[in-house]
Design a protein around this ligand. Structure first.
Ligand SMILES: Cc1ncc(COP(=O)(O)O)c(C=O)c1O
Length: 356
């Protein structure tokens, strides 16, 4: 089996750990451990027979519910089969420009989409240690920009004010906000409230991480209605299944789950962060998301292999991010109990340097 580009590949992990997939403790995919919310499971159960009918290709109920949530007209919303599906259409539009700037290290699916449509990319490195990042537009070219805020894999957050000038300078700006729900409203830096002012802005949002639904596939784009109408004409008629529609509507209504998640995340992330700081080979970077990027003096892939073979724990190596390579790994923040399992395993690996 080849090494996966994404986190969360349990079949691959189980083949290395030589155990069933159910025994793998997965820190490699950044999924909220409190989910899925019970309200979502209930909605799926209640609508199980909805699979007997085709969904309405306009997904009117879900679109309206998402629009109400974000206080936008429904024409600004297009639900999709995970945000990854919508990224493909954003990439198709970027491919018509002369050049697209991309914040790196970048989520590998941007590169998949860019390669599919022969997008000319210019890498703009984020300094993961300081959070410093900038991009310069060349006025002689038509240009696009792909940003990820908060940034995966570093967990860094760009301030809204830093991004706004780019909306004046670039023909198309795609901002992937897949992890923005993990920030409390007083700290989030979403561009949703300016989307009606900028027809060249596309915001991608995911419901799979925060609501723990990666297997169900559900996300949405927020952009100018003309653009979303074009995408709707290009794509398959029924990209989202009926259960995902009902699950998504229940999820965004569940304010108690959202509140619980925010109350859990900050102190738990701080605990993991400070425990990692006490282990000399590791240097965790500050993160505002539900994962931590950790600098390591033990090669990331060796550490991953030891943790898999000896503890059935899967961390995310960073080999698919060429800028990070063996010097980093990424971990999701999970329950206190599971975080402790990882920290104990890391402490033992560090103590027994014959294994490294
Ligand atoms: C930054 C980022 N954007 C988008 C996605 C895809 O999310 P979805 O499950 O909504 O397709 C991921 C998944 O890992 C991601 O890390």
């Amino acid at each position: 089996m080849t090494r996966p580009n994404h986190g969360g590949n349990l079949n691959w992990a189980a083949s290395i750990a030589n155990c069933p997939t159910s025994l793998i403790l997965d820190f490699s995919a950044s999924i909220n451990p409190l989910g899925p919310p019970l309200s979502v499971i209930q909605a799926i159960q209640d609508h199980i027979y909805s699979v007997k009918a085709y969904p309405d290709p306009a997904y009117p109920e879900l679109t309206k519910a998402l629009a109400r949530w974000h206080q936008l007209p429904p024409e600004y919303i297009l639900p999709g089969n995970g945000s990854a599906e919508l990224l493909t259409w954003a990439a198709w539009e970027l491919s018509h420009l002369d050049l697209t700037h991309i914040m790196t290290p970048a989520f590998s699916d941007y590169l998949r989409a860019a390669k599919t449509f022969n997008i000319k990319l210019n890498a703009c490195p984020l300094d993961v240690k300081t959070g410093k990042w900038k991009v310069e537009a060349n006025p002689a070219l038509t240009q696009g920009l792909i940003l990820n805020n908060p940034h995966n894999p570093s967990g860094r957050l760009l301030q809204r004010e830093q991004i706004l000038p780019y909306l004046e300078a670039f023909a198309l700006v795609v901002v992937d906000e897949a992890f923005m729900d993990f920030l409390p409203s007083s700290e989030e830096q979403s561009l949703i409230n300016v989307v009606t002012d900028y027809p060249n802005l596309v915001i991608l949002r995911s419901l799979t991480k925060f609501y723990s639904l990666p297997g169900l596939r559900i996300g949405y784009a927020i952009a100018h209605p003309d653009r979303l109408r074009r995408w709707q004409l290009w794509r398959d008629p029924w990209p989202i299944n009926t259960l995902a529609v009902h699950a998504a509507m229940a999820a965004i209504e569940d304010k108690i789950f959202a509140q619980k998640t925010l109350l859990w995340l900050k102190p738990t992330r701080e605990e993991v962060f400070s425990s990692l700081q006490t282990l000399t080979p590791f240097y965790p970077l500050p993160s505002c998301a539900n994962f931590l990027l950790v600098h390591t003096s033990i090669p990331g892939s060796s550490l991953q292999e030891i943790l898999l073979k000896e503890y059935q724990i899967l961390i995310r190596d960073c080999l698919s991010f060429p800028e990070l390579g063996e010097n980093y790994f990424r971990i999701a923040i999970l329950s206190k109990e599971n975080n402790q399992k990882l920290l104990t395993a890391l402490t033992q690996v560090v103590a027994d340097d014959r294994r490294i």
